[in-house]
Design a protein. Sequence first.
Length: 272
Amino acid sequence: MRTTEPAAPPPPAPPATSDATVIRDALGVGIAVGLSGFAFGVTSAGVGLSLLQTCALSLLVFTGASQFALVGALAAGGNPLTAAAGAFFLGARNAFYGLRLSAVLGYRATVKPFAAHWVIDETSAVTLAQPDRRSARLGFTVTGLTLYVLWNLTTLAGALGAEALGDTEAWGLDAAGPAVFLALLAPMLKDTVERVAAGLAVVLVMVTLPLLPTGVPVLVAALAAPAVLVVQGRRGRGTAQGPGADRADDQGPPARPEGTPASRPATEEDRA
């Protein structure tokens, strides 16, 4: 007699996030990180870039770490081409963010080129923290708009008031961006593999920072994720092929009950 098993219940839907909560979080990130534009404006003016050059970097490049890498290399006496190359490779990580966000946001092809300009660390973190597409789009838009406008305004203010602000390190503005990004990233590290990959990335940055040009240590740190995944895959195969698996293979097929013919056509009773 045939019986039909009940279908498994669908997985529970992720809890909905209110628009007010998404907007609040996005504004918090945009304002906190946008204030770092002061530090960039002051630093850029301090290395000799004009007001127009400083503002053009924030308007057209809009990747804070790459901008700081560029002016930092120039401040250290580096070649402009070398400084630009380091900033370019550091900003290349945003292309990997874009691959993920493209699937999450689901924008039309005509919108993607404009949205790509806002694909940075902070917008990616806020977007990926949302449970559904609508919240993700809202978080991405509010974070990107707030951060873009405030970053450019504070860049202008920092370049104009470089002498009045003095040492940016004394204000701590240079650490605001990384601190906010780490605060957003930490809750997303939910299992051991993710935590190990993040820890290895930190170690790689700390080891290579004094040895490699500006921007390159971040690219080296990106090797942490595939390295951890490779080790995890090998351990998983080793566990699956352990002594217990070998013994199970050696036992061969299960024995046939006594009195059962070696082969006979299946009857309706057998199929039932």
